[in-house]
Design a protein around this ligand. Structure first.
Ligand code: PMP
Length: 458
């Protein structure tokens, strides 16, 4: 593709397109990068640059790009029945088959699914469903949902209220009432004066303290991501989830595990809940469900909640035009079948997950890296000015954004959250491609250090 077309598209983009999570003015001045096509784990831009997609799109293209089987599934379904709803006592085969498949893959006491169009809609559904559940059970005062600071649960009003992103709350408030946040298990950011074990236990104790403060009779549920994604690929200390489980065992509240990122193989199991041996009542899902080829999400609903809704609930006044969209469902089903057939989960758990852990941890030796962590195929690097004490770069230097931009120049997409660099690549990566990812990240780190005037880099 030639230069004039890039310029023309950038001009039209600037004139008419408001991008998500974007400083519109700054982007207008800079101009968007135009992605033209993609194959495997690589995306290509209109200037002909090949870029390794270390973020799998937006944590979703788990099977990689260019999968003809998914194109075929969409084409066949669009020919036969492109759309029909599931509202008025109707259904169709793709929604039914996908629901059955999801329930086979989920932990054993999850046997129902409510479909949505996205992860945010899934979490809106969660909020309504947990409150509805307790109302049906004759305990309507149990309405508060406890979530965590720096969590991400979506960008609708309910999603952002459940999330713990302070800048979002500041712009979109007031938040939905009845949502409380506790501290996050972010050891590198908030706990380095203690051992990871002690810190993980302390963060779990915050859940119990919050339940007691609010009164168990007022608490509906606790919601959390197994590994926080958008917050910075934050892998909790090993002590955290067992201690949370112990707290939940002492109190009658529901557990909601947000699987929008961790679901569908990211941690080397079908669901992050299986990695941490959690038994959620509800699991919001999206993204990797269709490898991002078409938008689809949902909530996997455990028997306890489903049976109350079915047996005692009457009509649940909730749903979306695209709940269980047949074309999206057909693609999602084919995606799950391919993941099974190709052994993608084992590939992550036994091969590339451990391999990434080994290669990624080597980056911890870099002069500006304070920590390199990964689990399955999600990982992050903490950029620091001083390795000895973990001191961060001055905020004005925007080291994370600088590093992200330099990664792009080197042909690698990784994302920055403050000065935390994140990777979450397609699950079908090979070891050689992980070597390539790590080599590109190292070059970008060297460049970042040079730009920041770190003298130990030559
Ligand atoms: N939950 C989590 C954990 C997420 O990471 C996201 C999206 N990044 C969402 C919910 C919201 O999903 P969507 O963008 O599809 O609405």
């Amino acid at each position: 593709m030639n230069q004039p077309q890039t310029g023309e598209l950038q001009a039209l983009d600037r004139a008419h397109h408001l991008h998500p999570f974007t400083d519109f003015k700054a982007l207008g001045e800079e101009g968007s990068r135009i992605i033209t096509h993609a194959e495997g784990i690589y995306i290509y831009d209109s200037e002909g640059q090949r870029i390794l997609d270390g973020m799998a799109g937006l944590w979703c293209v788990n099977l990689g790009y260019g999968r003809q089987e998914l194109v075929d599934a969409a084409t066949e379904q669009m020919r036969q029945l492109p759309y029909y709803n599931n509202f008025f006592k109707t259904t169709h085969e793709p929604a039914v088959r996908l629901a059955e498949k999801l329930c086979q893959l989920a932990p054993s006491d999850i046997n129902r699914v409510f479909f949505t169009g996205s992860g945010s809609e899934a979490n809106d559904t969660v909020l309504r469903m947990v409150r509805r559940y307790w109302a049906i059970k004759g305990r309507p005062r149990k309405r508060v949902v406890i979530a965590r600071e720096n969590a991400y649960h979506g960008s609708t009003i309910a999603g952002m209220s459940l999330g713990g992103m302070a800048p979002m709350h500041a712009q979109g408030g007031p938040c939905v009432p009845g949502i409380e946040h506790i501290r996050q298990p972010y050891w590198f950011g908030e706990g380095r004066d203690q051992s990871p074990t002690a810190f993980g236990q302390e963060c779990a104790a915050a859940l119990e303290a919050k339940i007691l403060e609010l009164g168990e009779d007022n608490v509906a549920a606790f919601i959390a991501e197994p590994v926080q994604g958008a917050g910075g690929a934050i892998i909790p200390p090993d002590s955290y989830w067992p201690a949370i489980k112990a707290v939940l065992a002492r109190h009658d509240i529901l557990l909601v595990v947000d699987e929008v990122i961790c679901g569908f193989g990211r941690l080397g199991e079908w669901f992050g809940s299986q990695h941490y041996a959690l038994q959620p009542d509800l699991m919001p899902i999206a993204k990797g469900l269709s490898s991002g080829y078409l938008p689809i999400g949902g909530v996997l609903v455990g028997d306890r909640v489903a049976e109350a809704l079915i047996e005692e609930g009457g009509e649940f006044f909730h749903g979306f035009t695209y709940s269980g969209h047949p074309t999206c469902a057909a693609v999602a089903l084919r995606n799950l079948e391919l993941m099974e057939r190709e052994g993608v989960i084992q590939h992550v758990r036994e091969d590339v997950g451990p391999y990434l852990a080994k290669r990624w941890s080597e980056l911890a030796e870099h002069p500006i890296v304070g920590e390199a962590r990964s689990l399955g195929l999600i990982g992050s690097l903490e950029l620091v000015a001083d390795k000895a004490n973990g001191e961060r770069f001055d905020k004005s230097l925007a080291a994370g954004n600088l590093c992200r931009d330099l990664c792009f120049q080197h042909g690698l997409v990784i994302r920055s959250v403050g000065d935390t660099m994140i990777v979450s690549p397609p699950l079908v990566m090979t070891r050689e491609q992980i070597d390539e990812l790590v080599a590109l990240a190292r070059q970008a780190l060297d460049d970042t250090a040079r730009h920041l005037g770190i003298t130990s880099i030559n």
